[in-house]
Design a protein around this ligand. Sequence first.
Ligand SMILES: [Zn+2]
Ligand SMILES: [Zn+2]
Length: 353
Amino acid sequence: MKALVYLGSGSVEIRERQFPDIARRDDVLVRVTGTGVCGTDRKILLGRFPARPGVVLGHEAVGVVEATGPDVTTVRPADRVVVNPTLFCGGCPPCRRGATNFCQHKRGTEVGVDRDGTYADYVVLPERFTERLPEGMRFRQAVLVEPLACVLNNVLAADVSFGDTVAVLGAGPIGVLTGLVAARRARRVVVVESDPYRLATAKAAFTHVVDGGGADPTDTVVAAGDGQRPEVVFDTTGTAVERALRLVADGGRVVGMGFDATYSTLMTPMYLTSHGISLIGAGDYRADVFPVAVDLARELPLESLVTHEFPLERHQDAFGLLAWREAGYGAMKVVIRSDPAPVGADGWPASDR
Ligand SMILES: [Zn+2]
Ligand SMILES: [Zn+2]
């Protein structure tokens, strides 16, 4: 089968890979329909997030079950599924207290990072990491379930309440999803973005949008919050925690999202103490959040976030739209299609019906 393989130091190539076989009794073979390009994929290619050379990239995948091992009971061939790429063992201390995203045995299990991922025709995963999609869920909704699960976990960690004004730094897919989820509870959501393309799309989705380019936007954000600093600030860029700390109200919460190993900042811990600020890192998501994200995906306007789709062979065009080598963004969520059949009215390729 075809697969997009990470060669190290920012380069990828389509290689012929061995067809993955069902090896365990609980394995599920999924024919991949498409995979969303994640900010993490982009950072892997830019050398700002570590991945294992030789691995097949891709983790935000939906597809159709092709075959199952003899012990599989929750999915059947022809079921449409979304892949839960955050594998965990279920037995270590963090897993036993529910913090499966901090499983101690993650090494070699992170799909599309150090275990073969989904920019490929097929992928094999244990049953508990494939989630059947509800009847009628469209492909372009389903492909955002995994990022939505990350967002849910981080919004939960921020404990957003009805009185809160929330600022979201960055209006990529994660920023927009964070704004949409937070808005189900918060009093007001202010989105901050500097990229012209993403600024324009944010303005279509939110009432309060601030241009974060140029000067420090703190005053504009405060003005958008009726003169109040936000009680909660999400940094979805992975590189703006310092700005978030300057922006947040006394007693507020800053949530660091986004994965960028090259960003660091100096911090005066007394600033947290004297202003009563909580700095929160919540990681991706606990396993129990994933089925919630599947349900919530039906309630949010997700389809419009998928702005571009490319077949596997055109991966360079896909990555090229995502601020590649200092060009600006030209897309929101880009999907790489393993199955390039034309999409029908229900959003699925003819071959998946
Ligand atoms: Zn992702
Ligand atoms: Zn574990």
